[in-house]
Design a protein around this ligand. Structure first.
Ligand SMILES: Nc1ncnc2c1ncn2[C@@H]1O[C@H](COP(=O)(O)OP(=O)(O)OP(=O)(O)O)[C@@H](O)[C@H]1O
Length: 392
């Protein structure tokens, strides 16, 4: 009996232990499965979001051409045409500059995002100004150049009927040549301002140094954009970088430069002289240019933009000091002592004179500030010439 009792006791205890073990096991399972559930729910949410993203129609990438006054904008869509689109309210309007990349909603009707600065050689290679705020009043001297450039480029834009009725083909392109900083860019930009044309500036040397392999495409795109935004003045700076005479075509870089120039010639040859797209090119080295560029119907008008004479220097100084507070300054004398300096250097003198006045905490800019500024700019120029090995 005693033995029986003890056996049943042992059985009871072992059953109880088993049950406890089972309970503990099941509790452990529940904890594990609850965690699994949480983790799977998290995964599910992630895949749900991914699926929504994948099912969402794509945005359309476009380049901003112009912001209109009524809260809309003109863009050039990556699929081709120019579109007039709305601007979503959450867009910071100060970020909207011509040439930037934007995302349009899937209907292509609204700018919904300003895209980060993605590398697009076409956008980077050119500066575009819809309405350059310059006029001929900003140009000192250069009266003859202003008259000539207005006649051959400006008039055909504002009065094409004059040329049509007389049966005259105006030049398609004008070449400006002269030392650096003499106002070639300024002249072209202010002409665009005078005739209310879009101003597109490209720097030809960048095709060779920066946008290798893209030169011909950029030229094509620039002309396409110019036609879309006409009247347009295309300004090609440093033309010699792609338009130099070449004796041999050794490297692939040379061939690339050649391709870019051929594309440029094809574009110039391809458009109508009465079309309101005009090209102004500039160079410091006309002696290097390929004669092919100077054939009739291409850059057949050549205008020299020389260093300013004394009268022109005075005009340039007056232009760049018109908003400065001057006292007892004899600009005529400053013009006298700055022979050989360019417009850009004269502008630098006015800025430097201002800095001298600021450093001295003066209320006005005095003659002495100008004298010191002239010395400084001349010294800087001298150093530059030494470095470049140019002797005067
Ligand atoms: N004739 C001028 N009248 C007034 N300002 C001038 C004149 N020439 C040059 N400048 C000033 O110098 C700046 C630089 O000149 P600009 O870029 O037009 O010269 P550039 O001849 O095109 O030079 P580069 O050959 O180096 O490209 C102008 O923006 C302007 O402020």
């Amino acid at each position: 009996m005693i033995i029986n009792l003890s056996l049943s006791d042992t059985n009871k205890r072992s059953n109880q232990e088993d049950e406890e073990e089972d309970i503990s096991y099941l509790k452990e399972r529940i904890r594990y499965l609850t965690q699994m559930k949480i983790s799977l729910e998290r995964d599910l949410e992630y895949y749900r979001q991914e699926m929504t993203k994948l099912l969402e129609p794509p945005y359309i990438e476009a380049m901003l051409l112009e912001v209109l006054n009524d809260g809309r904008a003109i863009v050039k869509s990556s699929t081709g045409p120019n579109l007039v689109v709305k601007i979503s309210n959450n867009i910071d309007n100060t970020k909207l500059r011509p040439g930037i990349s934007v995302a349009l909603n899937n209907k292509g009707s609204t700018i919904v995002e300003v895209l980060p600065n993605i590398y697009d050689p076409f956008v980077e290679a050119m500066e575009i100004e819809d309405n350059p705020g310059f006029t001929f009043k900003d140009v000192g001297g250069l009266q003859n150049q202003i008259r000539e450039i207005y006649e051959v480029v400006g008039l055909p834009i504002v009065k094409p009927e004059l040329f049509k009725s007389l049966g005259i083909d105006p030049p398609k392109g004008v070449l400006l040549y002269g030392p650096p900083g003499t106002g070639k860019t300024l002249l072209a930009r202010s002409l665009a301002g005078e005739v209310k044309a879009t101003f597109i500036r490209v720097v030809a040397s960048q095709f060779v140094n920066k946008f290798i392999g893209e030169g011909a495409r950029i030229v094509r795109e620039v002309f396409k954009l110019a036609r879309e935004k006409k009247p347009t003045i295309i300004f090609i700076d440093e033309l010699d970088a792609i338009g130099s005479r070449r004796i041999e075509m050794g490297t692939s870089g040379d061939r690339e430069v050649q391709r870019t120039m051929l594309q440029l010639l094809a574009e110039i040859d391809g458009f109508d002289p009465l079309d309101s797209v005009k090209i102004i090119a500039a160079t410091n080295r006309i002696d290097l240019l390929d004669p092919a560029l100077l054939r009739p119907g291409r850059f057949d008008r050549i205008i020299e933009v020389p260093l300013p004479d004394k009268g022109a220097r005075l005009e340039i100084l007056k232009i760049h000091t018109k908003n400065m507070k001057l006292k007892d300054v004899n600009l005529d004398y400053i013009a006298q002592i700055t022979e050989g300096l360019s417009g850009a250097e004269l502008k630098a003198i006015t800025t430097e004179a201002g800095f001298f006045a600021i450093r001295e905490k003066a209320d006005y800019v005095y003659q002495d500030h100008f004298i010191k500024a002239v010395e400084k700019v001349k010294k800087r120029l001298e150093e530059k010439k030494q470095i470049l090995g140019i002797h005067i």
